[in-house]
Design a protein. Sequence first.
Length: 562
Amino acid sequence: MLGKALVNKESMNVLFFILMLISAVLGFLAWPDINFFPLIFVAWIPLFMLEDIARNKNYSLKKVFLFLYLQFLLWNVLTTWWVKNASLAGGILAFVFNSLFMTLPWLLFAYMRRKYTPLTSYIALLCFWMAFEYIHLNWELTWPWLTLGNVFAGFPQIVQWYSYTGVGGGTFWVILVNIVLFRQIQKIQTYNWHEARNIVQLLRKVLPHSLLALGLFVVPIVISLIIYSNYTEKGEVVECIVLQPNIDPYNEKFNDAYADEQLSRFIALSLSEISPQTRYVFWPETSLPGYVWKQQFWQTSSIKKIVTAFKDYSQVQLIIGATVLNLYPKDEARTATARPLNKFDVANSDWYDVYNAAIGLDSTQHFQLYIKSRLVPGVERMPYPQLFRFLENFAIDLGGISGSMGVQDEADVITFGNNAVAPVICYESVFGEYVTEYVRKGANIIAIITNDGWWGNTPGHRQHLRYASLRALETRRDIARSANTGISAFINQRGDIRQATTYETEAVIKDTVHANTELTFYVRYGDYLYRLALLGAIFFLLRLIIRRFSKRFKPALFEHRY
């Protein structure tokens, strides 16, 4: 008997491992840049099977947790392994913690499945997972790269309704179809096929859930394709130039010996395509060589050189990525991210902040500054520094600057004439609701300036480009995307990518964009689906807590009564 039990235990472990492996691989194959998105609608079915078997055989939640965690860990590594190229510590933290956070909603679902009806449990899973994604978009450990709704980034034609729901609608869609398909599989498995007297009786049993699953899959796609085919670009036509200088971020970009050469290259590329109709020229993230002290902006040699080069183009505004330093005299208030100028005499030192910034520069001798607000955890800042301060030395060295950088509190726009540009810097383009803040403040064009060279020629820069398509259709704003290297492009209001460059190629591209002023439903209301799910998750958690404590104290109440 013991030997049989051991065999059964080992066989179950093998089965759980296979189910975990299948789920992770299906999720990986569905994701950009492999892009076989239909697989995401069945990727969670093996996990439902795993939970169902474990519950029926009374296996502990610890075993369920172990295999769920392994699945999410494998999925994270397969889809985002390239993160370690930018920061090994940041990559390890992302894999370990992101997998843990993803496992928790499923663990709560597995617990509820043992206490409540299937319908209640599946609704709870929807709420728990979407609440997790919402929290993951808004706290310091944020890493929403694998938000389920991002899976359709390679096919914006089928999710045009994101202009109403944002990526939260895609997440809801994916989970719902997985649930309905799994329930249909269960129904087929439990059906006594010998009772079917004819094909009609058989179809009555099988068709309802099958048609529901098919409809849930097909109808949103059909609706989206209708919207896509009938949508027309809105807004004034504006000519823009985008630069991709292709400068090695590790060995060349922050090397002072190449500073003048780099700036000359930027200017020459810009002037090679500029015309009397040009209104904007976009340079990528941290494109300005060296540092710019905010208090001495106009005295900076690189700024003087740019102003001189573009003095005859008063109709043009440049949007330039730069590393900006802000000085705090020793007796003035400063931010928590400020650092001393004199590390050897901190008590008497002035302090300064380091910003990853975008500068709006034109011939009016007026500059506008936007400071990146959504920083990459483990790379540009340490989340919860009281816990992770020891890891700051592992962050990317931006030409001698590493550790946590300063931020501004909210999104802001850079204005020029009748137009306003959203200066979205790199990682910020992954946050749908954050991008809507720019639009509500008047942005009618989105500029994404980035440096995707940190990751090398990996799926990372291609995924990053495709996520930008989702921001375009959510806000119905044209995007000009300037990458140091990676892929620069223009993206229209339907999410179509135009004039995409190739990796490790110096390029300058010119196109017209439409400066749309209309606000989409999603821009107006943001992540309302996520917030509703968060309320639902709180309700279910309270229900679990009340049930737990009511059972614990019920015997004591009876003893007191008698």
